[in-house]
Design a protein around this ligand. Sequence first.
Ligand SMILES: O=C(O)CCC(=O)C(=O)O
Length: 263
Amino acid sequence: MYQSKKEKEKFFHDLRENGYVFLRDIYSKEKINKIKESLVRMLNYIKPNDKTTDLQEKYYQVKKYNPVLKAHFYDMCAFEMEIYSAIHDPKIIDFVKSFYNTNTIFSGRPALHIHDSENERSLAPHQEIHLFSGDGLLLWSPLYDAKDDQGGLFIYKNSHKNGIYKHEQSNKQVDHKGVSPSVYNKFEKKRLEVDAGTALLIDCAVIHETVKTEKKRFARFILSERYCPLKKIPYLRKENVPIKIPYPDGEEGIEADYNTLVD
Ligand SMILES: O=C(O)CCC(=O)C(=O)O
């Protein structure tokens, strides 16, 4: 990854300036295969069939067999240890600690996101909020190359430089909140192509959006986490606030103004 202080500073500079940075080859092929094998075992537990060992095929088998159990599979992925250990790889944690100049980092929302070719869970442009802290980094790391028709991620260039915007309901099916077109259309949209094994770290204030998966019967599996530093954490400073900072939409009865949080 990075060796010298100078190299490290270059990564930090790029992250501040562009809002994202690629940490390449963080995960070996062996580690990614271990994760895929574990996913196949979980799916096979739901619908036993030892003849199918391919993760993509197995995923679609289970989706057809029982969509509710497929959703339970999704829920359990965040707690599976091959995934959990990848998401909390010491190289990434060290990077995040150094970036925020703190030795205390929280796991804000670990997950293995799955976006298949039906694209029901596509996410409209949004910032990564509703976390413990006002600042944070999103991990986005695909198990298959996120390129071409395999879908991936758009970011809106320089959108992290003006703080957090108001969010409103954007996809009821997944209870997702996004920013309005009048905000994100001010920024240039850019697709990030990410190889399997690369950890993309994105400033949570960057507006980002799903690139739909066009490949038929292909599911995009993404290791994902929101690292929160011990900074700008209202819950540790105030008695009567929720543990996670509410969405800045006023709907929960609390007008959260992220942009006034200071430490
Ligand atoms: O992978 C995707 O399609 C979008 C991911 C995303 O926006 C998120 O995890 O916040």
